[in-house]
Design a protein around this ligand. Structure first.
Ligand code: FO1
Length: 325
């Protein structure tokens, strides 16, 4: 069995721990297609927060409290950079984490694509899941905001880490998306998938940038496999992070049904919501309520098991699917 997961952020990383546990039980292979929209260049280094969150979390090297970066981190370089007044001082790179960015940046400068760099980094971390960036091309999420009396587009990290997502924001743009191509392996993985899972990640800044890579949304929609999503919203609030702020900006309701409708029946066959949100209706999509709190690996693996048991035949036959004869 081949499972493909669209994932980003800490929610995506924690979800993948459960997917990997489920896959080990049933002997399945997992490919994660990971958001690159949060990626940024700072202090001369290329930083890929979502790929790193997934890699460190699956490799048992993530800080469980902070959710990002390395466990047992030290901050000597950050202090030294601050002493030089080197901007951005609002973004914290830990010493251990910097080693990852140095290896990545050196390989990128030498001409390796991000997918090859990620594979090389994963040699160390052995995540047990194939990690693919959504694209090897530069695709960055920017927020169009009002700042100092002007309209400006700022990088997502500046919007979130520096301003805590509190600036008046008109929209998000995925800079570079129009000319980005899916990374090698992404379209093949989707075509060969038995099931595609949309992690309970932020729909606006984690999943949407993945789907913004030309051809990628179409490949998900055309896959013969069922596409099943997990709500990142429980009881009207995000499990963690800033999905409430992001949903308001795109004019979507911050509810399990609201996110299901944002994805819609063109993308999803099934939508899993928490038992708190029982009764959520997403027209054209099979909705089921199960416990969705990713308290540990077993609870998360059980969520994946429930997705596999979803009776999609009740809503629509899983194959052939949209756009196919
Ligand atoms: N988040 C913060 O709130 N403050 C930081 O200084 C910060 C630094 C940072 C460095 C590397 C990295 O991979 C992630 C980092 N994050 C930091 C997390 C990141 O901003 C976001 O949480 C993700 O991009 C959202 O998925």
């Amino acid at each position: 069995m081949r499972i493909v997961v669209l994932a980003g952020g800490i929610g995506g990383a924690r979800f993948l721990v459960g997917v990997r546990a489920y896959a080990r039980e049933v002997g399945a292979e997992v490919t994660a297609v990971v958001n690159v929209g949060d990626d940024a260049s700072m202090h001369g280094l290329r930083i890929c927060p979502d790929l790193d969150s997934v890699m460190y979390t699956l490799g048992n090297g993530a800080d469980p409290e902070r959710g990002w970066g390395r466990v047992g981190e030290t901050w000597t370089v950050k202090g030294e950079l601050a002493a030089y007044g080197a901007e951005p001082t609002w973004f914290g790179l830990g010493d251990k984490d910097i080693a990852t960015h140095l290896v990545r940046s050196t390989m990128l400068t030498a001409g390796y694509p991000l997918s090859a760099v990620t594979e090389a980094l994963c040699d160390r971390w052995q995540p047990g899941v194939r990690l693919l960036p959504a694209s090897d091309d530069r695709l960055e999420t920017h927020a169009v905001v009002q700042l100092d009396g002007e309209q400006k587009a700022i990088h997502f990290q500046e919007w979130w880490v520096r301003h805590r997502g509190e600036l008046p924001t008109e929209r998000f743009v995925f800079v570079g998306a129009e000319s980005a191509k899916p990374a090698p392996g992404v379209l093949d993985a989707l075509a060969a998938a038995d099931v595609v899972l949309v992690a309970p990640s932020n729909p606006v800044v984690s999943i949407a940038p993945i789907l913004a890579v030309p051809g990628l949304r179409e490949a998900v929609a055309a896959a013969s496999a069922p596409v099943i999503g997990f709500s990142p919203i429980i009881g009207g609030a995000p499990v963690r992070g800033m999905a409430d702020k992001c949903l308001a900006i795109v004019g979507a309701e911050c509810t399990a049904a609201g996110v299901g409708r944002l994805y819609g029946p063109d993308l999803l066959d099934g939508w899993l919501v928490d038992t708190t949100d029982e009764g959520a209706d997403v027209p054209g999509v099979e909705v089921r309520a199960i416990p969705l709190w990713m308290t540990d690996e077993r609870a998360t693996a059980a969520m994946v098991g429930a997705a596999m048991e979803l009776d999609l035949a009740a809503s629509r036959p899983p194959a052939p699917k949209r756009g196919q004869p």
